[in-house]
Design a protein around this ligand. Sequence first.
Ligand code: 4NP
Length: 153
Amino acid sequence: MKILMVCLGNICRSPLAQGIMEQKIHEYGLNWSVDSCGTGGWHSGELPDPRSTAEARKHGIDLNTQRARQFRSIDIDEFDLIFAMDRHNKRDILQFCNNEEESAKVKLIMDEVNEGKGIDVPDPYYGGPDGFQQVYNMLDEACEAIVKRYNQQ
Ligand code: 4NP
């Protein structure tokens, strides 16, 4: 299983999602891989936001090997599951899909916890550190649900 986590800038939410999923892949001994990217390219090449790095470190997760990159249309072919952090990200990715099979790969990550509710992982970029803790908690729950659901298939 190849998983891609996608947000807007690839410096706050999706790097945290990647780090959490990497930790779970290791814990559960899965033969999966995970990457992340942003629909926008403004932060390409940058390290994750220090507030995401600090939140991850609290949970024993290192984000310092990650560098931001922008989503590319070839990602649709290369990944099996593409998780958007919010509905806007999902809509942007779906524009790159050419058929039903491709668009079926694209999912809103919180739908793994609350199916069909359309819950966004809030963008914490302009907020305080509490926002990052909330993002961590949401993504931890979602990644746990993803492991449980897709490991059985
Ligand atoms: P992210 O947060 O999408 O979770 O990485 C953002 C980071 C940067 C910007 C927006 C959102 N920005 O506008 O630069």
